[in-house]
Design a protein around this ligand. Structure first.
Ligand SMILES: *[C@@H]1O[C@H](CO)[C@@H](O)[C@H](O)[C@H]1NC(C)=O
Ligand SMILES: *[C@@H]1O[C@H](CO)[C@@H](O)[C@H](O)[C@H]1NC(C)=O
Ligand SMILES: *[C@@H]1O[C@H](CO)[C@@H](O)[C@H](O)[C@H]1NC(C)=O
Ligand SMILES: *[C@@H]1O[C@H](CO)[C@@H](O)[C@H](O)[C@H]1NC(C)=O
Ligand SMILES: *[C@@H]1O[C@H](CO)[C@@H](O)[C@H](O)[C@H]1NC(C)=O
Ligand SMILES: *[C@@H]1O[C@H](CO)[C@@H](O)[C@H](O)[C@H]1NC(C)=O
Length: 601
């Protein structure tokens, strides 16, 4: 990397990359810029001698998309660390003597993929190399799999810029060696609390692909609504919000295919046995319990749900398992990923009072506990979940099934647990206990937090007529958002989720996901709440949050992320703005501290 000592924005000595303005996100693991000057880009064709089997079309389509984006956007970096060098094709002026640039124009991408058939599944090799020299006339890309090649394209898409005068260039020769730190890099979308249309889901996938995130965890339903069409039980969509707020099989397959074409896995979640009412009750009202109870937040002894509306699957009623099995089988025939998330969070014991099957089961043997009930669920449901989806089926569950007061006794170690409570404490516990973990700590990675509460009739907000109410709640409190405050991109990026883990424990962390629960999210707000914060997670999971010397590089991410936000919007992903545009245009003028040390590489 070509570094130079220059004067920082506030006159302090800082060490900065002076060569280029391009600042791709996520920062590659290893990027080395040359210094011989800009390389012109002509009409670039994809050349590849390898066969990628059934992935041939996928690669060609991905390149066509990449090239269209480059040509259509004529991208000029929006937030850079240094001014943009202008490429002058007529250096002696006025175009009189049409002299070629010293560099050979790039006219092709030479792609080499060693294993063209590798499927998009957890752990597939996503590495790639990319090199452009002054004289090669091509971009050379190597990758083990087509999925690595897709990442090379999204990098190249950010490297090729317009010089602002109608010329596409790469600013300097460049060499990249890149691969992700974590195999599982995702976000979670919730289409149960509010419906999200297919085009809006595809927009999220565009954002995921550009930021090299590779998992869309799709929390399909919840107690409030059941949007997906199930072949065995067409009546379940009577509990969709409307006949238009439904995912047909074709819709689900379209999302999966669109994601796959962009290197994004789609992991479905049907949350069971809690968070279950809509849809299920249309098949047989007896397979769900407490759905007509009051959720009762004011009388805790009668509390049946963490939020309205109540409902859980009846764990003891036999027919529950028949219906669960058919729903799971139908969805497994649609979703192509080896992984399937089967929920397992937030069981509310009071809800079970409403089931005669369960109360009789407890009465039969007074020594039985809620832990036994959780175990009963696993013992009866796991054989169903394992029996469908092929030998590579991997189950994912929320950590509650193992770590809650009412957890099951024996949770098989091959179940991937998604950790959302108690930050590092739970990550330590789960990994020390031998589980593979996906980190989603709510204190750091929940994107829905800090927008007040959604429940109505809440007197705590009225400090005028109700000063005895809750002043601390409103001023300095959580304001009704249980996971307040809003998680800023800096908070997300700074989260060292493997802190305090042994090397063996750290190996159990397969990656992370930023969930966006949708009580207060629909088509209008999803993209602005998701982006660009999810991209900060994307970089953290791809190349880390520290520089080569081990120092946090959050301040260095600033301009990269501000640029990327503009780039997302230019690509149709409606990411929220983060700063006054002034800050974007004046690198680090809006930093909190005058001391720029944190910016140095
Ligand atoms: C990064 O790439 C350059 C050029 O290929 C190489 O010399 C260097 O050793 C690499 N650095 C690391 C940390 O891999
Ligand atoms: C459920 O039963 C328990 C134990 O009998 C009782 O404490 C609780 O109040 C009951 N909850 C409801 C919602 O009836
Ligand atoms: C559930 O089915 C089993 C046999 O498959 C039977 O022994 C049991 O009585 C049934 N339980 C209920 C609550 O219907
Ligand atoms: C993990 O937490 C559970 C439940 O709190 C506890 O019983 C167990 O001892 C903990 N395990 C470790 C390894 O910390
Ligand atoms: C790491 O563990 C030490 C000792 O158990 C504890 O004092 C510290 O708070 C932990 N750090 C974090 C970030 O949890
Ligand atoms: C800036 O902060 C760094 C790290 O905290 C410190 O070592 C350095 O002395 C500070 N520089 C100035 C000029 O205050």
């Amino acid at each position: 990397m070509k570094c130079a000592t220059i004067l920082g924005p506030l006159g302090l000595l800082v060490s900065a990359v002076s060569a280029v303005k391009v600042n791709p996100l996520p920062a590659p693991r290893n990027i080395t810029w040359g210094s011989s000057g800009p390389i012109p880009i002509r009409n670039v064709n994809l050349r590849t001698s390898d066969s990628h089997g059934h992935n041939n079309a996928l690669i060609q389509n991905a390149w066509d998309r990449t090239w269209s984006a480059i040509v259509d956007l004529q991208w000029v970096p929006a937030a850079t660390e240094a001014p943009i060098p202008v490429f002058d094709p007529f250096p002696t002026g006025a175009g009189k003597t049409k002299r070629a640039s010293a560099a050979t124009a790039v006219r092709s991408v030479q792609l080499s993929v060693t294993d063209g058939d590798a499927d998009l599944q957890h752990g597939v090799d996503e590495s790639y190399t990319l090199e452009v020299t002054a004289t090669s006339g091509s971009v050379k890309i190597t990758a083990h799999t087509v999925w690595g090649a897709l990442h090379a394209f999204t990098t190249l898409q950010q490297l090729i810029i317009s010089d602002g005068k109608g010329n596409l260039i790469i600013e300097q020769p460049v060499k990249i060696q890149d691969a992700p730190l974590y195999a599982h890099r995702g976000v979670m979308v919730d289409t149960g609390r509010n419906f999200i249309t297919v085009p809006k889901i595809l927009e999220q996938i565009d954002g995921l692909a550009l930021s090299k995130l590779n998992v869309l965890h799709w929390h399909l339903d919840d107690t409030q609504s059941w949007p997906m069409q199930i072949r065995s039980y067409p009546q379940m969509t009577k509990d969709a919000y409307s006949t238009r707020e439904i995912y047909t099989e074709a819709d689900m397959r379209r999302v999966i295919a669109y994601a796959r074409a962009r290197g994004v896995r789609v992991i479905p979640e049907v949350d069971m046995p809690s968070h279950s009412s809509s849809g299920w009750k249309q098949v047989d009202p007896n397979i769900v319990t407490c759905i007509n109870s009051w959720w009762s937040n004011d009388d805790w002894s009668k509390h049946t749900a963490v939020e309205p509306n109540p409902g859980q699957l009846d764990i003891i009623y036999n027919k529950t398992y028949e219906v669960v099995g058919n729903v799971y089988k139908d969805l497994s025939a649609i979703f192509t990923d080896n992984w399937f998330h089967v929920g397992g969070d937030e069981l509310q014991n009071n809800c079970f009072n409403f089931s005669t099957y369960i109360t009789e089961w407890f009465a039969e043997d007074p020594s039985r506990t809620y832990n036994d009930l959780s175990q009963y669920w696993l013992d009866h449901a796991l054989p169903i979940f394992r029996g469908t989806g092929g030998p590579k089926r991997r189950l994912m569950m929320w950590e509650d099934i193992f770590i809650n007061t009412d957890a099951a006794h024996n949770v098989p170690k091959d179940i991937v647990l998604q950790s959302w409570n108690n930050g590092l404490t739970n990550i330590k516990n789960l990994t020390a206990s031998g589980y593979d973990v996906i980190v989603s700590s709510s204190d750091f990675l929940y994107l829905d937090c800090g927008f007040a509460g959604f429940v109505t009739n809440d007197p705590r907000y009225d400090v005028m007529t109700n000063p005895g109410g809750d002043v601390t709640f409103n001023f300095g409190g959580n304001g009704g958002s249980w996971c307040a405050p809003y998680k800023s991109w800096q908070r997300i990026y700074d989260y060292d989720f493997t802190a305090n883990l042994t090397a063996a424990e750290a190996k159990h962390v397969l990656g992370a996901e930023a969930p966006l629960w949708s009580e207060q999210v629909d088509d209008v707000t999803i993209s602005s709440k998701m982006w660009p914060r999810a991209a900060a997670l994307g970089e953290m999971l791809w190349s880390g949050n520290r520089d080569a010397s081990g120092q946090k590089r959050t301040t260095q991410l600033t301009q990269r992320l501000l640029n990327f936000r503009e780039y997302l919007v230019a690509n149709g992903v409606m990411a929220t703005n983060l700063v006054p545009k002034y800050c974007l245009q004046h690198p680090h003028a809006c930093d909190l501290y005058y001391n720029q040390t944190a910016v140095s590489p």
